[in-house]
Design a protein around this ligand. Structure first.
Ligand SMILES: Cc1cc2nc3c(=O)[nH]c(=O)nc-3n(C[C@H](O)[C@H](O)[C@H](O)COP(=O)(O)O)c2cc1C
Length: 261
C-alpha cells in the first residue's frame, strides 16, 4: 500500500489485477508494521471496503489466483473473530499468520533490541503460534492457514502444523541457515510424523485440537510417574520431554531481525 494513497482499497484491487496473471497466490499484506496505519485495514469499515474492492477485482479476473490475507501477531481475539466472520463471504482463500512483531519479547539480548521496526525470528514464534492456533479453533479448521514467524527447525514447523498450519513459510531462518535448512526440516518432519503415527502431513494438520492439551498430558504423565514413585517408595520423579518443543529462548534472543523497510 502506498502510504500517501487517497484510496488504498482501490490500490490493493489494482495491484491484484496486475499481478494475478503472474502469481500462484496473492498475499494481501495488512500487517506490515512499517507502513503507518496499515494494520487498521484488518478491522472495521476499512476491512469491509478492502474486501469489497478485492472481491470486485477478483470476480473480473480471467485467471484468479487464491488471495491470502496476512495478519499481524498483535491482532487481538475480538478483531480476529470479526475478521474471520467478515472474510466468510469474501474471496479470501486463507490466512498467512503472522507478520513481524512491534513488541519486544523479554529475553532479547541484542543491544539493538530497542530499535523501532518489525521483529522477526524465534522471539516472534510463541505469539505467531498462538494466533495460528486460535484461528484454527475459531474456524474449526475450515480455512487454510499458513504458518510463519520464527520457524527454524523441524520441531518448530511440526508444532505449527499440529496447531493448524497447512503450509509453512521460512524467512529469517533461511537468512541465518541457508537453503539446507529446508531439507533438514522436511527430513525431521518425516521422523516426527512417523513417531506420532501420521502417514501424511495433512493428517497432522490441527492434531493438537483433537487431543487433550499438551499441558494436561504432561500433568497426567507427572501424576502417574509420581504415583509410581510413591508406590515404589523411591521418591524420584523423571518428567519426559514432550515430542514438540518450544524454541529455546536463548537461541530465540540471538536470531531475530528488526526491519524498518
Ligand atoms: C527483511 C524483511 C522484510 C520483510 N518484508 C515483508 C514484506 O514486504 N511483506 C510482508 O508481508 N512481510 C514481510 N516480512 C515479514 C516476513 O514475511 C515474515 O512474515 C516474518 O519475518 C516472520 O517470519 P520469520 O520469523 O521466518 O522471518 C519481512 C521480514 C523481513 C525480516
Amino acid at each position: 500500500m502506498n502510504k500517501e494513497s487517497a484510496d488504498p482499497a482501490r490500490d490493493y484491487a489494482a495491484c491484484l489485477t496486475r499481478v494475478a496473471p503472474l502469481a500462484d497466490y496473492v498475499a494481501v499484506n495488512v500487517s506490515s508494521p512499517n507502513t503507518p496505519g496499515l494494520r487498521a485495514w484488518q478491522a472495521g469499515d476499512a476491512l469491509h471496503r478492502l474486501l469489497a474492492a478485492l472481491a470486485d477485482a477478483h470476480a473480473r479476473l480471467d485467471r484468479a489466483p487464491p488471495i491470502l490475507l496476512k495478519l499481524a501477531p498483535e491482532i487481538d481475539d475480538e478483531v480476529l473473530g470479526a475478521l474471520l466472520a467478515a472474510i466468510e463471504d469474501a474471496p479470501i482463500a486463507g490466512l498467512i499468520l503472522t507478520n513481524t512483531t512491534t513488541t519486544r519479547p523479554s529475553g532479547l539480548i541484542s543491544r539493538r533490541r530497542g530499535e523501532e521496526g518489525g521483529l522477526s525470528g524465534p522471539p516472534l514464534a510463541p505469539r505467531a503460534l498462538e494466533v495460528l492456533r486460535r484461528s484454527y479453533a475459531l474456524t474449526d479448521g475450515r480455512l487454510p492457514l499458513i504458518g510463519v514467524g520464527g520457524i527454524d527447525s523441524a520441531e518448530a514447523a511440526y508444532a505449527r502444523i499440529r496447531a493448524g498450519a497447512s503450509l509453512i513459510q521460512l524467512y529469517t531462518a533461511l537468512v541465518y541457515r541457508g537453503p539446507r535448512l529446508v531439507g533438514e526440516i522436511t527430513q525431521g518432519l518425516a521422523r516426527l510424523l512417523t513417531t506420532d503415527g501420521f502417514a501424511t502431513v495433512a493428517e497432522a494438520v490441527g492434531a493438537d485440537h483433537r487431543v487433550p492439551a499438551p499441558r494436561s498430558q504432561a500433568a497426567a504423565s507427572i501424576s502417574s510417574t509420581m504415583a509410581r514413585a510413591a508406590a515404589s517408595g523411591s521418591g524420584a520423579c523423571v518428567i519426559g520431554r514432550p515430542t514438540t518443543s518450544a524454541v529455546a529462548p536463548a537461541r530465540a534472543a540471538s536470531a531475530g531481525v528488526a526491519t524498518r523497510a
